[in-house]
Design a protein around this ligand. Structure first.
Ligand code: MN
Length: 245
């Protein structure tokens, strides 16, 4: 990989660092270890892989909330290999799959989706740079986000636990029904799933994820993030040079 100048952090690490209780001295454990210890249940693996003093990613915690629309996010992530992280809110965390080719709106496509560790609910807004030397180092954009509802069943975590979840997305790029199904058979790895678009009004055989490279949060591409550049939103309101007239 070619060298890139370090882009500025979007978030200050100070904001994300675990706070020491006031008037109480820190004992032997490092802040990262303390965070890992605090993270319970399904977020433990997420916390153990990261040092939140060195990455701007959120330390996060489980969300107790009920009665809200369920959220989803797809983050485009240029780590060792480019991939899309597809995340569905379930049970107060983001259930997560790494999709190497990204989601497709073509119902014919069956996209490999490797289930990875649960991420905290706060992670859905994360966009920026995971610094070199950290787990998953590289640029991240919020490629798509929105809400979803279950097309089958009533408990998303339960559906995922059973190895198949059918859901309807309402995002900026992805809409309509999708199915995530765990692969079976001798040769399939335990965490290998397929992401498939169901045939409905949101389907589009011509659509290609590569043609939709901008963040829905900031308008920036991965290259913009890498250069630490901000897209001036107002430029899009200008007449597009001569071709329009
Ligand atoms: Mn990733």
């Amino acid at each position: 990989m070619r060298w890139r100048p370090p882009p500025p952090f979007e978030l200050t690490t100070a904001r994300l660092m675990p706070k020491a209780p006031s008037g109480q001295k820190r004992t032997g454990a490092t802040p990262a270890a303390q965070t890992a210890k605090r993270a319970t249940g399904s977020l433990r693996r997420y916390a153990e892989k990261r040092n939140f003093q060195r990455t701007p990613e959120p330390a996060g915690k489980k969300l107790p909330g009920q009665g809200r629309a369920l959220r989803f996010v797809v983050q485009k992530h240029r780590a060792t290999r480019l991939h899309y992280d597809f995340r569905l809110e379930a049970d107060g965390v983001l259930k997560s799959w790494a999709v190497p080719k990204g989601p497709s709106l073509n119902p014919v496509d069956r996209r490999l989706a490797m289930q990875v560790e649960d991420h905290p609910y706060d992670y859905r807004d994360f966009e920026g740079v995971i610094p070199a030397g950290n787990y998953g180092a590289g640029e991240v954009i919020v490629w798509d986000r929105g809400t979803y509802k279950l097309a089958e069943g009533t408990d998303a975590a339960l559906e995922i636990g059973r190895g198949k979840i059918k859901f309807i997305l309402k995002g900026k790029k992805l809409t309509g029904m999708f199915t995530l199904v765990r692969m079976r058979g001798r040769n399939s790895e335990e965490n290998a799933w397929l992401l498939v678009k169901d045939n409905d009004a949101g389907a589009d055989p011509e659509w290609n994820a590569d043609d939709h490279a901008e963040s829905v949060k900031s308008g920036r591409t991965l290259d913009d993030i890498a250069r630490g550049r901000r897209v001036a939103q107002w430029i899009s309101n200008r007449p597009a040079a001569s071709s329009r007239r």
